[in-house]
Design a protein around this ligand. Structure first.
Ligand SMILES: *Cc1c(COP(=O)(O)O)cnc(C)c1O
Length: 381
């Protein structure tokens, strides 16, 4: 997937001129820069980008241009990518389980911030990571809701374990910090408040003054028509609750958004291959392609449909069953998808807010999955 050289005005202009057979993602550099500036101005601490959500170089370069100076990486590949594109950036290696070869690679690449959620993984770090100037953040979890799915199911120590881990980190001479992730697409600011209060309790019980508190990613992106994410409220809650919970010992704050930074950077156009018997819509993209995440966290209903000539379909909304192009029956979007009633073969379905967990989880299963990537000035249809 290479970025096209031509810059088009908007998706419609491209579609009615080029009539692409493969799905196309439209990249708007202004969109990613605007949201980066919103985070930099509003978040009361360091903003780092979770590379996994979209590691496209065009995304990372525009984040750097907007002023992002830190990156959350989960693998040697991501670490090397950031070292190449932003040699001086801070890299936080926040995948709490790593092989020894991965640890050695990151040490060689001068990674100075690590996260951990278990005694056995901490023992590996103590054995292999030089103490000098290195920070280890203990990742903990809480049974709180508010997110699209719960990250605590895989990672995060219990509060009790976190106390012991934090003591061990400090005793070994590393800079002690705490971190959590409230779960992706978290629309409830109260989730951050609960975690921050618990962090203060963990630090107090460990008798350790933490240097930084990383409040994770999970900041929501605009997925549902009419429900705009309240980023500014969340930033204020985070700053206020940290001051209140830690008092004089308030740590520096860090966040690591993925989805919220890149979600609106891309709009997807998928083509209608068939409308079968007026009930099933078959697209050229689906759960094995760039719509993979819809199977996990539900439909994005910011959908518009245009004809091959670029005219907007205005029929009343009629939910349909929607299939992807592969021969696997799993390749069906969840629930019913709200398409206009006059959707027809050859039309393009435009999905807004498709920058996160889309290009990067796209597969070539069944010979599909070739994506076009086109730069546009704006994403309005
Ligand atoms: C995935 C991940 C993120 C980014 O999550 P979003 O929901 O995309 O903001 C941040 N931090 C860690 C440790 C992650 O695993």
């Amino acid at each position: 997937m290479g970025l096209s050289k031509t810059i088009w005005t908007n998706p419609t202009e491209y579609l009615r001129n080029q009539h692409p057979e493969n799905p196309v993602l439209f990249f708007a550099p202004q969109a990613v820069q605007a949201v980066a500036r919103k985070f930099l101005q509003g978040f009361p601490g360091l903003v780092t980008y979770a590379v996994k959500s979209n590691p496209g170089e065009e995304v990372i370069e525009n984040l750097i241009a907007a002023g992002i100076k830190g990156f959350d990486c989960a693998s040697p590949f991501e670490i090397d990518l950031i070292r190449r594109l932003a040699p001086d950036a801070a890299i936080h290696y926040h995948n709490p389980v790593r092989s020894r070869a991965e640890i050695a690679h990151a040490v060689k690449r001068e990674v100075k911030s690590w996260s951990v959620d278990s005694h056995s993984e901490l023992a590996k770090l103590i054995e292999m990571v030089p103490v000098e100037g290195c920070e280890i953040s203990v990742r903990f979890k809480l049974p709180v809701g508010g997110a699209a799915y719960n990250f605590g199911a895989k990672f995060g120590a219990t509060a009790e374990d976190a106390v012991d881990l934090l003591k061990t980190v400090a005793a070994a001479g590393y800079i002690p910090s705490l971190t959590f992730h409230p779960g992706t697409q978290c629309t409830d600011p109260a989730a951050w408040a609960s975690y921050i209060r618990e962090a203060a309790v963990i630090a107090a019980n460990a008798g350790v003054k933490i240097k930084r508190l990383n409040v994770g990613g999970g900041f929501p992106n605009h997925r549902v028509e009419g429900v705009l994410p309240q980023l500014t409220d969340t930033f204020m809650t985070i700053g206020d609750v940290a001051k209140e919970a830690f008092g004089a010992d308030v740590p520096a704050l860090v966040c690591e958004p993925g989805r919220a930074l890149c979600g609106d950077a891309f709009t997807l156009a998928s083509k209608v291959k068939a409308v079968r018997d007026d009930s099933h819509v078959f697209l050229n993209d689906g759960l094995y392609g760039s719509l993979f995440e819809l199977g996990q966290i539900g439909i994005i209903d910011r959908i518009e449909v245009i004809s091959d000539e670029g005219t907007k379909r205005e029929g009343e909304t009629l939910p349909r069953i929607c299939f992807g192009p592969t021969c696997d029956s799993v390749d069906r979007l969840p629930g019913d998808v709200p398409f206009p009633s006059d959707i027809a073969e050859g039309d393009y379905v435009i999905w807004h807010g498709m920058g996160a967990y889309s290009t990067v989880t796209n597969s070539r299963f069944n010979g599909f999955g070739e994506l076009g990537l086109v730069t546009v000035l704006n994403q309005a249809v």
